[in-house]
Design a protein around this ligand. Structure first.
Ligand code: SAH
Ligand code: SF4
Length: 421
């Protein structure tokens, strides 16, 4: 954390990623889970499945992996024994490892997931993923990167030093892991006492890219993952129920709209450039005007398809009446929803959450101007699962190890704790 604090003080916009995984690459190991149709086709061609069979075999694998959630090639009874044997020699249907699962008293679940190693020096990147059940929907908050290269001053993920892009397969795998854990496959049942939607719909009905990382710094993989998640013959999530949240990577916004056609959320958080430069430092590259112009140009925008503007409530920083009035003035002409997020503190954060009366007053001004302005109910606070609090266990342990080393306490064994299942 010390390094990030120094970087912030020096006014750095971003850190450099340690490892950039080639877009679309398969994750380490030979699991077929999370792959795109093209990647599955290549995997089949590599084990000498004849060209004329490839299309049919991809369709079969697709159904088993993404519609049924198969965990063993033996289940794939519409494929010949010989092919199944070949597949299980060359590949697996392994999921990334669930290192831990925490269940909040409100039913929110947070998983720490360790990805397969990508090389001899990589112990396996860790990311967090959160499931938020409601009566009529189940929302999965996924990560797009390990950590984040950006350094927003109120966000815990931004303090993490380890950064790499996730592959599209690793992004899709988060949905597979979640559906495994809550029994969201044909014939499966949720764990005893689990809170899942009771409206007869899917347990995971919505996806938000609001976990770790900046999705539009990893657009290739995010777009490819959304293609897999929304495919009508597999995971079948509606693109209108997928929301990508960005801190404002202006040059990538149009592409997201054109290629992924999902809902868009913007982390605005400030209405003046001077303050936004500090809170969301990417603003120094693309300022509020450029950001809002890109919003106006976002493909498919209408009153039925609005952009969500996220606004974190920071006491005495961005929460005045004048801020609220300026906010509605800025958004004039953009089909918008405003989402007020109570700030979620984390150990060492320098901000406080605005008082409840202040949030209500701010919300009132926004509401009077004609915007619905739901205040996001913090979920899973007891397990540090709320917005902006995600940070991988390895990083937390590193910080602890550093602290212990500074205090002259041997750090050995600390990593062993992190390996506990
Ligand atoms: N990098 C993307 C998506 C991940 S963050 C982005 O910044 O949009 C998801 C949301 O949580 C963003 O709006 C982010 O600004 C907000 N957030 C980050 N830290 C927070 C905190 N401590 N409390 C409340 N919201 C936070
Ligand atoms: Fe990255 Fe988003 Fe956190 Fe900013 S708020 S540091 S962009 S994850």
């Amino acid at each position: 954390m010390a390094v990030s604090d120094a970087a912030r003080a020096a006014g750095f916009i971003e850190k450099t990623a340690e490892l950039n995984v080639v877009a679309g690459a398969a994750p380490g190991g030979a699991s077929l889970v999370g792959l795109t149709r093209d990647q599955l086709k290549d995997s089949l061609a590599a084990i000498d499945v004849p060209e004329r069979e490839l299309k049919m075999r991809v369709a079969q694998l697709w159904h088993w992996i993404y519609f049924r959630g198969a965990r063993d090639f033996a289940e794939m009874t519409n494929m010949g024994k010989e092919l199944r044997a070949k597949l299980s020699t060359a590949y697996t249907l392994a999921r990334p490892q669930v290192v831990s699962e925490q269940v909040s008293k409100d039913g929110t679940r947070k998983w720490l997931i360790r990805m397969a190693s990508t090389g001899p020096l990589d112990k396996g990147a860790e990311i967090e993923c959160v499931y938020i059940p409601e009566v009529d929907r189940g929302t999965l908050c996924v990560s797009s990167q390990v950590g984040c290269t950006l350094t927003c001053s109120f966000c815990h993920t931004g303090t993490q030093r380890l950064v790499r892009n996730l592959t599209s397969a690793e992004i899709v795998a988060q949905l597979i892991v979640a559906r495994d854990a809550i029994g969201d496959w044909p014939g499966a049942t949720p764990p005893d006492g689990a809170f899942v939607p009771s409206d007869g719909g899917r347990f995971v009905s919505n996806i938000v890219f609001m976990g770790m990382g900046e999705p539009l710094y990893n657009t290739d993989n995010v777009v490819a993952a959304i293609d897999v998640m929304s495919d009508g013959e597999g995971l079948t999530l509606s693109r209108r129920r997928i929301t990508v949240s960005t801190s404002g990577v202006v040059p990538q916004m149009e592409r997201l709209g054109a290629e992924a056609n999902t809902m868009l959320a913007i982390s605005l958080h400030a209405v003046r450039d001077e303050l936004r430069d500090e809170l969301v430092p990417i603003n120094r590259k693309y300022d509020i005007k450029q950001l809002l112009d890109a919003c106006r140009a976002y493909p498919g925008l209408s009153n039925a398809r609005r952009i969500t503007f996220e606004y974190v409530m920071l006491k005495g920083v961005n929460d005045s009446d004048a801020d609220a009035r300026k906010l509605v003035q800025l958004l004039k002409g953009i089909p918008a929803k405003i989402n007020l997020i109570p700030f979620n503190p984390w150990p060492g954060s320098k901000y406080e959450c605005s008082d409840w009366e202040r949030i209500e007053r701010f919300s009132e001004i926004v509401y009077r101007a004609g915007y619905a302005s739901p205040v996001r109910t913090p979920r899973g606070r007891d397990i540090l699962a709320a917005c902006g609090q995600l940070k991988s266990e390895t990083e937390k342990l590193r910080a602890r190890a550093r602290m212990m080393a500074e205090q002259g306490i041997g750090a050995e064994g600390v990593y062993a704790v992190g390996n506990g299942e």
